[in-house]
Design a protein. Structure first.
Length: 238
């Protein structure tokens, strides 16, 4: 009786194992150069390699719109978020490489949350430029790990901390394994940026929202109201 029951269970387990989806494919870690190349190709095919300008809304954790404005990007790594807040004040966030500055009503604001991610890594269309953008944000381009964020199985360019996927704070770019579209950026400052699904307008594909999670600050969401390429030759205002 016991041998028969054990044999039955063994056969059932074998059948279940044979019918299970292959795990090896989802557990494949690409060589760093191959990951850089895949990201660069996706950036190019998504139309993110030129100057971009998006109308945005800044939404608080309560769901209320706190400000509206514009997010402008240049392929060289300069990004600028201009906001008009509901209380009448103005705020400008600017990231250039590793430098980040915030002006509130024209004056330096410190401390302030870093609302703008290091977006140069989403615009680079050459594998070496992807690696350079990772270095600029403090990530190690020679390391690629696997991770999971929500429903996304990810490649983690720059690596991640062991343990909880959500708690990892190592500087890194998380991209969906299948599409190589951005899912998340963990910045050197400790701020975590989570991206919504990409939206396509005017030939450019860009995340529909950016959730900003910074320690010691309320959660913010930048909603991309429209996605459009900036006019040819247009840059970010000084």
């Amino acid at each position: 009786m016991r041998r028969g029951r054990s044999g039955s269970l063994t056969r059932a387990a074998l059948v279940a194992a044979l019918l299970a989806p292959p795990l090896a494919a989802s557990a494949w870690i690409p060589e760093p150069e191959r990951a850089w190349t895949a990201v660069a190709q996706t950036n190019g095919s998504s139309g993110r390699n030129g100057p971009l300008a998006f109308p945005v809304a800044l939404v608080g954790s309560d769901g209320a719109i706190a400000a509206t404005g514009r997010l402008s990007l240049e392929p060289g790594g300069r990004a600028r978020l201009e906001l008009a807040r509901a209380d009448g004040s103005t705020e400008v966030h600017e990231r250039t490489g590793a430098e980040y500055r915030v002006l509130r009503n024209g004056r330096p604001a410190d401390p302030a949350p870093e609302l703008v991610p290091p977006l140069a890594v989403l615009q680079a269309t050459d594998p070496a430029a992807v690696a350079d953008a990772l270095r600029a944000m403090g990530a190690n381009p020679a390391v690629v790990d696997l991770g999971m964020d929500g429903t996304h199985d990810c490649w983690v360019l720059g690596g991640r901390d062991p343990g909880s996927f959500a708690a990892s704070t190592r500087p890194s770019l998380w991209v969906d394994q299948e599409s190589q579209q951005p899912v998340r950026i963990d910045a050197a400052s400790g701020t975590q940026y989570r991206f919504g699904e990409v939206a396509s307008r005017e030939g450019a594909r860009f995340p529909s929202r950016i959730d900003v999670l910074a320690s010691g600050w309320p959660a913010w969401r930048i909603e991309i109201r429209n996605t459009a390429a900036a006019p040819a030759g247009a840059g970010v205002a000084p």
